[in-house]
Write a protein that binds this ligand. Structure first.
Ligand code: ZN
Length: 406
């Protein structure tokens, strides 16, 4: 007869089994929490940052919708590639994806690469010492090379767009040359359902201080670049930086190389001295891809009248954003107010779209509902020809002038 002690585990073994069970349970809970975090967190973060707010927007008439559907529309700025979403699928969050670009009749969307953003980001003064994007690269399970290298983040954003293009069966096409752009516009005119995409850099911190990295980013497809984002970097001072200086020697070298390669220079976010230097240096059209004007929204990130004149003198375009920081409101009326100011100051040829969709901004409509902006232009007495220029014609002209021939 065996004693109970022989058939049951000894007390120490019993304790071990119990501890093991607790550990396994904890581990399972931890894995579940991690799965929940990596699945849900990116969506929760984006939903809270890229909102669509209700507001008084014009009612689109059938006649305006017809006009809108006949336009060639180009938008100079969206940060969609920053977020963990499939560009080919219609999303419940954010502002841009291929189905919504198609619905809004957008011919070409510029997709920028946001590679670094300081903690406590504000318009007045930010240091380059902290970065929120690093956490986002973990949370979105991006490739490890993007965790510590901001250059790799911009390479990765280009890969994401190329991957979406490959899977799109010809519905999404990356534009790299003047010839690509001409073909895109011709194909759309012939009834082909194709949407163009052009890569840009939001801040040349992506170079990591190495001029040779410009060519690598160009080869990856990037064709436009803002020199700075929210902090001063190796090429220029930001209007939101600590020093807000002009261009550095590296900045001047990169500027000339961009013009040589056929990349569009974007003065958005650059400090006033840096903008002045870029405008004086330019031999090709320069853009302000997304923002507003001081005259209608006195925020330090917006262009002064002198800067608007300077952009126009290069043959460039001022892209008006749809968010509060650019136009001090989220209505189509406020966007058109800024456009009217640019038109009256330098002419209709220098007004364009720069939504800043998916750029951690709240806007009044997503790209599917872009016709509200066309309606506001109609209501404000813009002619059909002027509407065509604002909605895309002007940006098409700049791209045709600056992009490499083939
Ligand atoms: Zn921006």
């Amino acid at each position: 007869m065996s004693s109970p002690a022989a058939s049951e585990p000894a007390p120490s073994r019993r304790r071990f089994v119990k501890t093991k069970r607790v550990l396994v349970t904890l581990l399972v809970l931890l894995v579940l929490a991690a799965v929940a975090f990596f699945t849900l967190a990116p969506g929760i973060v984006e939903r809270s940052m890229n909102e669509i707010v209700e507001g008084p927007q014009p009612e689109v008439t059938a006649e305006t919708q017809k006009l809108h559907d006949s336009l060639t529309i180009l938008d100079m700025h969206s940060d969609t590639l920053l977020w963990k979403r499939d560009l080919l699928e219609r999303s419940e969050r954010g502002h841009v994806d291929l189905p919504r670009l198609q619905e809004g009749n957008v011919a070409l969307q510029v997709f920028s690469s946001v590679s670094k953003s300081p903690k406590g980001q504000n318009f007045d003064s930010n240091s380059a010492d902290t970065d929120n994007i690093t956490l986002l690269t973990f949370a979105q399970l991006q490739p490890p090379r993007t965790w510590s290298s901001i250059f790799e983040r911009s390479m990765y954003h280009a890969e994401k767009l190329r991957d979406a293009e490959k899977r799109s069966d010809g519905a999404l096409r990356i534009v790299r040359t003047r010839e690509d752009l001409t073909t895109l516009v011709a194909d759309r005119a012939a009834g082909k359902d194709v949407t163009g995409a052009l890569l840009s850099l939001e801040g040349l911190q992506s170079l990591e201080g190495d001029a040779d990295n410009l060519k690598r980013l160009y080869d990856a497809g990037h064709r436009m670049a803002g020199f700075t984002h929210f902090f001063d970097n190796e090429v220029a001072g930001s209007m939101h930086g600590e020093e807000k200086d002009g261009l550095t020697d590296l900045g001047r070298e990169v500027f000339d190389e961009m013009e040589r390669l056929g990349m569009i220079v974007d003065v958005a976010h650059a400090s006033h001295p840096a903008v002045a230097e870029m405008l004086a240096r330019a031999t090709k059209p320069v853009v302000s891809s997304h923002g507003g004007v001081q005259a209608t929204c006195k925020v330090n990130r917006n262009l002064t009248d002198d800067e608007i004149r300077g952009v126009a003198a290069t043959g460039g375009v001022v892209g008006i954003g749809y968010f509060d920081g650019a136009v001090c409101d989220t209505t189509a009326k406020a966007v058109v107010d800024a456009m009217v100011h640019v038109r009256d100051l330098v002419g209709i040829a220098h007004v364009g779209l720069g939504s800043d969709y998916d750029g951690s901004v709240a806007v009044g409509w997503d790209t599917a509902d872009l016709a509200v902006l066309t309606q506001e232009l109609v209501d404000r007495g813009f002619s059909d020809a002027d509407i065509a220029a604002v909605m895309g014609g002007n940006v098409q002209r700049v791209m045709t002038e600056v992009l490499p021939a083939r």
